[in-house]
Design a protein around this ligand. Structure first.
Ligand SMILES: [Zn+2]
Length: 155
């Protein structure tokens, strides 16, 4: 966790404590991006975090034209994490480390095209049926979410 030197350590520590109720183990960054596509909950939460992050990054760029890219990313990530943890009301699916890992994965390209040609990659798509954003494996063309497939979704 301490490898996230570009985000103020106190901020990370704060969120980590809030989430895990213990201190961050050092040097344990999640590297398996496929985790984010593994199931409806991970998939929808990951897509939400990515889209909020990219939106905030764009907005902050407009208001802070002189900031460095690292500053912009740190600012956008902090706000994304605050929004995400608030939205989840203390029960987030993504740890701060996973949120960091997934936002950095998509931070330099559009979420919808990143790794689109990589068979082992992930990308953000919208469900072909209900249009909820999801993180899925790159090889899917049309993707229908689990809820739509099972017919449980109330439209
Ligand atoms: Zn759906």
């Amino acid at each position: 966790m301490k490898r996230i030197a570009k985000v103020r350590p106190a901020i990370i520590k704060h969120y980590y404590l809030q989430h895990h109720n213990r201190n961050s183990p050092s040097g344990q960054m999640p590297t398996n991006t496929l985790w984010h596509a593994d199931g409806y909950k991970q998939s929808t939460h990951s897509a939400l975090v990515v889209l909020v992050f990219l939106r905030l990054l764009d907005e902050i760029k407009q208001t802070r034209p002189n900031a460095t890219r690292d500053q912009l990313i740190a600012h956008a990530f902090t706000r994304t994490l605050a929004f995400y943890n608030d939205s989840c009301q203390g029960d987030p699916v993504l740890s701060p480390e996973r949120a960091w890992s997934i936002t950095q994965h998509f931070s330099d390209k559009s979420a919808f095209v990143r790794n689109a040609g990589n068979p082992n990659g992930i990308k953000v798509v919208k469900c072909a049926c209900c249009e909820i954003p999801l993180v899925v494996l790159s090889h899917y063309r049309d993707y229908t979410c689990e809820l739509c497939l099972s017919g449980k979704k109330v439209h």
